[in-house]
Design a protein. Structure first.
Length: 248
C-alpha cells in the first residue's frame, strides 16, 4: 500500500508539473514554443513518467502490456470496432437531425494542412471505410501506448490497490482528464469560437476523458493488458474528428 501511495504521488506530481508548467508558460509568453512541446510530448510523457517512477521506487514487475492481442480475439474485435461504430452511428444520427450541417465533402486538407478535399459519393461506404481503417491502423494504436502504458498499464493498478476497483477507475479518468486541461485551454481539439470557450471545451473534454477512461480501464483490468485500451484510444482519435471535417 505504501509503495502504491508513493507511486501515485510521484507519477501525478511529474505529470501535472510538466503539463501545467508548460501550459502556464505558454499562456504567459504566447510564443507557441511551450504549446508545441506540450502537444508533441503529451503522448510519450505518461510512459516516460512511469519509467521514472518505477526506477525511483525500484519496481521490477512488468507493465500490464502484451502485443499479442489475438490471444483474446473477442476483446480485440470489441476494442477495434465498437468505438468506431459508436462514433459513426452518432455522426449519422447528428447529420440526420441537422441535415443542413452535412457538406457531402470530406475536408481532408484540414488534417493534412492543405486545401485538398474529397466528395463523399456514398456516405455509408465512406463510413464503413473509416471504421475499418481505424480498426486496423496499427501504427496509431501503438502510438497511443505512450499514454495507455502510463495511465492504465501502470498508474491504474496502484490506484486499484489503494482505492479498490470502482473508485480507482473513476479517479484515473478524472486525473487523466485534468492532465489534458492545459492543452484544451490553449486551443487543442476544440474551436476557440465555441460558446464559452475555452471553459466549455475543457468541460466537454473532461467528461469525455472520464467516460473513455472508465471504458479503457475496464478492458485493461479485465484482460490485464493495456494494449486493448491503446487500440480503442487510437480508434477514437482517428475516427472521432472525421465528422467535423464533413460539416459545413
Amino acid at each position: 500500500m505504501n509503495k502504491s501511495n508513493s507511486a501515485i504521488k510521484v507519477y501525478l506530481t511529474i505529470m501535472f508539473v510538466v503539463t501545467y508548467g508548460l501550459g502556464i508558460l505558454e499562456a504567459i509568453f504566447q510564443t507557441g514554443v511551450f504549446y508545441n512541446i506540450l502537444h508533441i510530448g503529451f503522448t510519450p510523457l505518461p510512459v516516460v513518467t512511469a519509467l521514472i517512477v518505477r526506477k525511483h521506487l525500484g519496481e521490477t514487475d512488468k507493465f500490464k502490456l502484451s502485443l499479442k492481442v489475438w490471444k483474446n480475439w473477442k476483446m480485440w474485435l470489441f476494442s477495434a470496432f465498437v468505438p468506431g461504430v459508436a462514433i459513426a452511428l452518432g455522426a449519422i444520427l447528428y447529420f440526420l437531425v441537422f441535415s443542413n450541417e452535412y457538406s457531402g465533402v470530406f475536408e481532408m486538407g484540414a488534417l493534412l494542412e492543405n486545401a485538398s478535399a474529397m466528395e463523399i459519393s456514398n456516405p455509408l461506404v465512406f463510413v464503413a471505410i473509416c471504421v475499418l481503417l481505424s480498426a486496423v491502423f496499427v501504427p496509431l494504436h501503438l502510438l497511443e501506448l505512450g499514454e495507455e502504458i502510463g495511465w492504465r498499464g501502470y498508474l491504474l493498478w496502484h490506484q486499484v490497490e489503494k482505492h479498490g476497483v470502482k473508485k480507482a477507475v473513476l479517479i484515473n479518468g478524472i486525473e487523466w482528464g485534468l492532465a489534458h486541461m492545459p492543452l484544451i485551454y490553449l486551443g487543442f481539439n476544440y474551436s476557440s469560437e465555441n460558446f464559452g470557450a475555452p471553459w466549455t471545451n475543457m468541460a466537454v473534454m473532461m467528461l469525455l476523458c472520464i467516460t473513455m477512461g472508465i471504458v479503457f480501464s475496464y478492458v485493461t483490468l479485465k484482460t490485464g493488458n493495456c494494449m486493448y485500451a491503446a487500440i480503442m484510444h487510437g480508434v477514437v482519435n482517428l475516427i472521432g474528428e472525421i465528422p467535423v471535417f464533413c460539416s459545413v
